[in-house]
Design a binder for this molecule. Structure first.
Ligand code: SAM
Length: 258
């Protein structure tokens, strides 16, 4: 399919490919603490490791480069193509495939399954969230662990910035690209929000525009999901440290043990 954007005809496949590559650049630029955190967890694991929602491999490739026997799944074929390209630049051999993390099966048992960077929030129904926990439980070794993180919904931040377009410039393929984002709550009852993203080349033509739906996940809701899951025990820490999750942390990191 082709669409006219900024006076230029762009195929939707091309725009999806560009989105995957561009978002991977944006995520890498953020230089988040989660890379070191998951690399450490993965190198400490005794057996195989699986990343859910591995995207362009920002974390996955670091885990692989550290010598870990790691697999990855993602629903986006374009993100997996970005990951494979980056792997080949580094002479790494990734083991990744396209799958939905709310309904996946595997043919080996993992010691650690991890799902970084708010990806679980993209499952917007309780059923999908429960299915993820159950699929992960089934895919783990008898003493395996599922680790995931989401942002702590901070209502001061949400009230002051959501609903407004944010603009910044991102260097992409040697050019300054204007990146526009807006996040807005679309359902106050279910606490679902839409994240709009648009990127524009310096000549005004559009790389892509996209709307993604996700749900806020406060700690109490995750605690209830854990209580209703087959996992034996769980705990939450804050901001990729060993500190128990507390007011003031912006990331909640959950570890569910089988
Ligand atoms: C915020 S990105 C994180 C990518 C990568 N893990 C990182 O940390 O840079 C979330 C990823 O989750 C993937 N994703 C979202 N929902 C998914 C689902 N139901 N099944 C598999 N992957 C999913 C998206 O395609 C995307 O690549």
């Amino acid at each position: 399919m082709a669409v006219e954007r900024g006076g230029r005809v762009v195929t939707t496949t091309e725009s999806e490919r560009l989105r995957a590559a561009f978002m991977d650049t944006v995520y890498r630029e953020a230089d988040r603490d989660d890379v070191a955190f998951y690399r450490e967890r993965a190198t400490a694991a005794e057996g195989h490791v699986l990343e859910l929602g591995c995207g362009g491999g920002r974390i996955y490739l670091e885990v692989l480069a550290a010598g870990v026997d790691a697999d990855g799944i993602d629903r986006s074929a374009h993100s997996l193509a970005v990951l494979r390209e980056k792997a080949s630049e580094r002479n790494l051999s990734p083991s990744v495939w396209q799958a939905d993390m709310s309904a996946f099966t595997v043919d080996q048992a993992y010691d650690l399954i991890y799902c970084p960077f708010n990806a679980i929030q993209e499952l917007t129904t309780i059923e999908d969230q429960q299915n993820l926990l159950e699929s992960a439980y089934d895919a783990l070794d008898s003493d395996g662990t599922l680790v995931f993180d989401t942002f702590v919904p901070d209502f001061e931040f949400i009230a002051s910035t959501w609903g407004e377009w944010q603009h910044r410039t991102v260097q992409f393929r040697g050019k300054p690209v204007e990146f526009q984002t807006r996040t807005r709550l679309v359902d106050t009852v279910s606490q679902e929000y839409i994240s709009e993203k648009r990127a524009v080349w310096p000549d005004g033509s559009e790389l892509f525009s996209f709307e993604g739906r996700a749900a806020l996940l406060p700690a109490r809701e995750i605690e209830l999901l854990a209580r209703n899951s087959p996992f034996e025990s769980w705990h939450a820490t804050g901001d990729y440290t060993d500190e128990p999750l507390a007011d003031g942390h912006s990331a909640q990191v959950w570890a569910l043990e089988k």
